[in-house]
Write a protein that binds this ligand. Structure first.
Ligand code: NMX
Ligand code: MLT
Length: 435
């Protein structure tokens, strides 16, 4: 691990020098203008953050350090005989900026396995919550309970030099990534499997072991987890979970506090919770129609009813994307290969053919195409993970890879406290009208 940590510092020193130069030569250059509408409408399109790990193009979708999802599926190391990328490899790529080889990924898998111990008080804290608590609330609570283990918080309390912050953040980030599958699996088995828990298997890769601890030994499910953990990991810096983690981290809150904050944002239905909402919405449609596979006409009628009831169609639309999300396409390809005849998956594909023209008709929806959440639930249901309230926890475990790699970068680059300016509407009125 020392090797990866040292490599990271070398890369960071190089980038720090480049950024210093950019700021010296171009610090007062303008990269955009801000309109009144943008300030009122969720700051869409305002470039106001730097996030090294990935970059989103409205039409092409996400690229992680320049690599698209199809490229990652091809180039990242895999388990022996596997076809999907190992998410540990993506973490390495986001952190170091270079594709790892199989040996480097295996080393990282081993390190994560060795750091995965979760102290008992974390389980006791989760156990103290009523069983009907939403899994995302249990997850966030579990992460906060783990904060006792923060090396940065201890070091800061002891009074370290600010030059040393990054090293502790790095250790915390790795430890937290290592521990999250255990916490998430504990929640799943507590809530849905009568508290019958499964011990980790240190010989497995990070996602394979997660599948094992959840109770799914099917190799197809393990492959799905590797793909799932890879494609949900990062979506540049402005999305709610990444931005929140970064913002809270900018106050020098440690990795545990910052990530927990990000997860409370992921738990919102317009963000990560949409993955459970999609399956809930399809099941409600089926129930209303008396079961079976709905026709495209029936789907269209249900979409119109959803809109007439003043609700959004979950899994469709995006704040930045303007085409079908490549993460949706990757899951569709996985399904075509492994489960082309699955009934629920076929409903998801019929919904894909039905929803976009209806949303387009509304004339206000900027992106009528599906996002990552439109497909993920149907794949999980196929392998038996039917408890849809748990789906956002899976998203959260994956998102840790991106937002924690980013926190390492924030700290090593010495990013300052984030504190944009806000105004009142009274101020705005005075500004635009002069009275
Ligand atoms: N169904 C119905 N209406 C929609 C949808 C949709 N899927 N998407 C956008 N709209 C509406 C939106 O509510 C807004 O209406 P109004 O002016 O009456 O408030 C109008 O279209 C314009 O919104 P946009 O500018 O197109 O979208 P925005 O950037 O504000 O929001 C989302 C992006 C993702 C919040 C929005 O598309 C949405 O609510 N989608 C459904 C929820 C979802 O799938 N979220 C998951 C996003 C991905 N993730 O994992 O985080
Ligand atoms: C994400 O993965 O974070 C979502 O697609 C939302 C976003 O990018 O805003």
């Amino acid at each position: 691990m020392v090797q990866i940590k040292d490599k990271f510092k070398v890369k960071a020193d190089e980038l720090n020098a480049t950024v210093k130069e950019i700021l010296k030569e171009h610090g007062s250059d303008k990269i955009g203008e801000v309109t009144v509408a943008q300030v009122y409408q969720g700051m869409r399109g305002i470039t106001g953050l730097v996030s090294e790990t990935s970059l989103l193009d409205a039409n092409e979708g996400i690229r992680f350090r320049g690599y698209s999802i199809p490229e990652l599926r091809e180039k990242l190391p895999k388990v022996n005989g596997g076809a999907e990328p190992l998410p540990e490899g993506l973490f390495y790529l986001m952190l170091i900026g270079e594709l790892p080889d199989t040996e480097q990924v295996q080393e990282l898998s081993g390190i994560l396995a060795r750091r995965s111990h979760v102290p008992n008080h974390v389980f006791a804290t989760i156990d103290a919550l009523p069983i009907n608590t939403h899994p995302m609330t249990m997850f966030t609570t579990g992460v906060l309970a783990l904060q006792t283990e923060s090396l940065f918080a201890k070091a800061y309390a002891d009074g370290i030099n600010k030059k040393e912050y990054w090293g502790y953040m790095y250790e915390d980030a790795l430890n937290l990534i290592a521990r999250l599958p255990r916490v998430a699996a504990y929640i799943y088995r507590r809530k849905y499997k009568n508290n019958y828990h499964i011990q980790p298997n240190g010989m497995l890769d990070w996602a394979g072991n997660f599948a094992h601890m959840l109770g799914y030994e099917d190799e197809g499910f393990k492959e799905l987890m590797r793909l799932y953990m890879t494609i949900h990991a990062d979506h540049e810096g402005g999305n709610v979970s990444a931005h929140t983690t970064h913002l809270v981290g900018s106050a020098l809150s440690d990795a545990y506090l910052s990530f927990a904050a990000g997860m409370t944002g992921l738990a919102g239905p317009l963000h990560g919770l949409a993955n459970q909402e999609v399956i809930k919405w399809i099941l409600a449609m089926q129930q209303e129609l008396g079961g079976g596979t709905p026709t495209k006409e029936q789907i269209a009628a249900y979409v119109r009813k959803t809109l007439a009831d003043g609700k959004v169609v979950p899994g469709y639309g995006h704040a930045v994307l303007r085409k079908t999300d490549p993460r949706f396409t990757a899951q569709m390809e996985f399904a075509k290969k492994h489960l082309p005849d699955d009934a629920l998956v076929n409903i998801v594909w019929n919904v894909y053919e039905t929803v976009p023209p209806i949303l387009q008709e509304l004339g206000k929806v900027k992106n009528p195409w599906p996002n990552v959440d439109a497909h993920s639930g149907a794949l999980l249901v196929h392998y038996g993970l039917v408890e849809y309230e748990f789906y956002t926890v899976l998203f959260g475990v994956s998102r840790a890879l991106g937002v924690l790699a980013s926190l390492c970068w924030d700290r090593v680059m010495g990013q300052p406290l984030e504190r944009p300016k806000s105004v009142t509407s009274e101020w705005m009125q005075l500004f635009v009208t002069g009275k």
